[in-house]
Design a protein. Structure first.
Length: 112
């Protein structure tokens, strides 16, 4: 698995709606996430900043997901919540991994 992380910035007051949408993730979006090769996805917040961490099957996973019709609809639903770049896309900040360890602890709480 490839670990991938990036940041996003929400508009002031957008966190509650962002959380509501993710608490009610569309089943067809979940299927597209899985089919694209995302093994895990976790989003942390420090309002207005979001930090998304994922483990993906290959380097093209995000490109495949972002090309799906359902992700296009999801992006449109979320667009008003994000700080956008001049081209109208969310201002994503890729992060570079500089440290990682794996221990013998294997108990995982699962999706939640």
């Amino acid at each position: 698995m490839i670990r991938h992380a990036f940041t996003m910035k929400l508009r002031p007051g957008a966190l509650a709606e962002y959380r509501r949408l993710h608490d009610n993730l569309w089943p067809d979006l979940f299927a597209a996430i899985e089919e694209s090769g995302v093994a895990t996805m976790t989003i942390f917040e420090a309002d207005p900043y979001l930090f998304l961490y994922s483990e993906v099957r290959d380097e093209e996973t995000w490109t495949k997901l972002w090309a799906t019709e359902v992700h296009g609809r999801w992006s449109e639903a979320l667009r008003p919540l994000f700080v956008l770049k001049e081209d109208g896309t969310p201002d994503l900040g890729d992060l570079t991994e500089i440290f990682h360890i794996t221990t013998s602890v294997t108990d995982s709480p699962g999706r939640g």
